[in-house]
Design a protein around this ligand. Structure first.
Ligand code: SAM
Length: 222
């Protein structure tokens, strides 16, 4: 018990420092920072990497994939403009961490992952932490039409082009946040649906993601 409370305190201090670091890097949405201060990132990665959980860096999660850098998660979530009760679709569940952040912010979260092993692991971790998220194994470049439309869609892998199917699954005023580019770097892009057939497109910083692979993404297998 003493040990576990020491461990928790250690992680709490590290999480606080991470949040302060993210503030200095321009994250100002208090709901995003509060979620990052709450979600135990160390639970979403291998115990051998636990000591690095609150560094601002991406870490391997198996199958050649990564849990995104906290700054990237925070920046994408801030751009998504999440309100409590929003229905949000995430493409690329990976470890499940981003889904937990969205859930912590009061969103109704749906998430799709193409690797069965990662999907199963993320589902188990999210359940064990009590996060209620609908999650499926499949090709997220096609969205998840059964539950559309969404108030927000966040793509956590690099797309070669904006997947049109995702735009079609947005509510009016819904936001799609997607990194678009080649294998080297991708431009963070936000599409806001203005009306039935009008959209606004905005561009932000460059990032580097693992590829979005699927019918409307990159075609190759790793
Ligand atoms: N959001 C994740 C997290 O919090 O750990 C980070 C995910 S990682 C950077 C990107 C994920 O997208 C990988 O797990 C990868 O398998 C997944 N992915 C790539 N293409 C996909 C697709 N078409 N549909 C669903 N997931 C996909």
């Amino acid at each position: 018990m003493a040990n576990s409370s020491r461990t928790n305190r250690k992680f709490t201090n590290r999480r606080n420092r991470l949040v302060e670091n993210l503030r200095t890097k321009g994250i100002h949405d208090e709901a995003v920072l509060s979620a990052i201060n709450t979600v135990p990132r160390h639970v979403f990665i291998d115990t051998a990497l636990e000591h690095r959980a609150y560094e601002d860096s991406a870490l391997p999660i198996g199958k050649g994939q990564t849990i995104s850098q906290p700054y990237t998660v925070a920046a994408q979530t801030q751009l998504l403009k999440v309100n409590p009760g929003d229905k949000i679709l995430e493409i690329g569940t990976g470890s499940g961490y981003q889904a937990a952040i969205l859930c912590e912010m009061g969103a109704d979260v749906y998430s799709v992952e193409r690797h069965e092993e990662l999907y199963l692991k993320a589902r188990e971790i999210l359940q064990s932490l009590g996060y209620r998220i609908r999650i499926k194994w499949g090709d997220g470049t096609l969205g998840w039409s059964a539950y559309a439309p969404y108030d927000g869609i966040v793509v956590t892998a690099g797309a070669p082009v904006i997947p049109q199917e995702l735009i079609r699954q947005l509510n009016i005023e819904g936001r799609l946040v997607v990194p678009v580019g080649d294998n080297e770097k991708q431009l963070m892009t936000r599409i806001t649906r203005i009306s039935e057939d009008a959209y606004e497109e905005e561009h932000f910083n460059h990032f580097k993601f693992v590829p979005l692979i699927g019918e409307k993404g990159w075609k190759y297998e790793e």
